[in-house]
Design a protein around this ligand. Structure first.
Ligand code: CMP
Length: 137
C-alpha cells in the first residue's frame, strides 16, 4: 500500500554532513522525497513529537539534543515505506543496529544519556500523519 512517513535527520546527522548520504539511501530504495526542509526545531514541535516519551529518563536529554542544531525533515512516500524506512534505519541503538542500515553503518554510541541515532522514522500510519502535521503543518 502506498504510504507516507515522516523522516527526521537529527542534529548529529546534519552536523556530521550525512544528510546527502541518508537521502541517497532513501532514494536508492526508490522511495520518493515528497517534501524536504531544514530548520531548527521549536520546543513545542518536540514536545508534540515526543509526547509519548515524556517522563522517561532520556526525555529531557533527547529534547536538548534535538535543539542542539538544525534538523532536516522529510515526507517520504512509497509502498510500505513506514516499515521500509525503519528497516533502512536499523535498530534504535547504533551499537546493535545491523550493518547495512543507516544506524548500523553510520551511527555510534557516544556514551551519553540519549541515543544519537541519526534518524527518526514514523512507526505507524497514525503516527506518520500526526508527525507530518507537526513538522509540515
Ligand atoms: P526516535 O526514533 O526519535 O524515538 C525516540 C528517541 O529517543 C530515539 O529515537 C532515541 O534517540 C531516543 N531513545 C530511545 N530509547 C532510548 C534509551 N533507552 N536511552 C536513550 N535514548 C533513547
Amino acid at each position: 500500500m502506498t504510504e507516507r512517513t515522516l523522516v527526521l535527520i537529527k542534529p548529529d546527522g546534519v552536523q556530521r554532513g550525512l544528510t546527502g548520504e541518508i537521502l541517497r539511501r532513501i532514494e536508492a530504495k526508490a522511495y520518493v522525497i515528497a517534501q524536504l526542509t531544514k530548520s531548527d526545531a521549536a520546543p513545542d514541535q518536540l514536545a508534540a513529537h515526543y509526547a509519548e516519551h515524556e517522563g522517561k529518563p532520556f526525555y529531557q536529554p533527547l529534547v536538548d539534543f534535538m535543539l542542539s542544531g538544525p534538523i532536516v525533515a522529510a515526507v517520504v512516500e512509497g509502498n510500505d515505506v513506514i516499515k521500509g524506512f525503519r528497516s533502512l534505519a536499523g535498530q534504535t541503538d547504533p551499537t546493535t543496529a545491523a550493518p547495512g542500515t543507516i544506524r548500523g553503518d553510520l551511527g555510534r554510541d557516544w556514551g551519553e544519556k540519549v541515543q544519537k541515532n541519526l534518524v527518526h522514522g514514523s512507526d505507524s500510519v497514525e503516527s506518520a500523519e500526526r508527525e507530518i502535521s507537526i513538522w509540515f503543518g
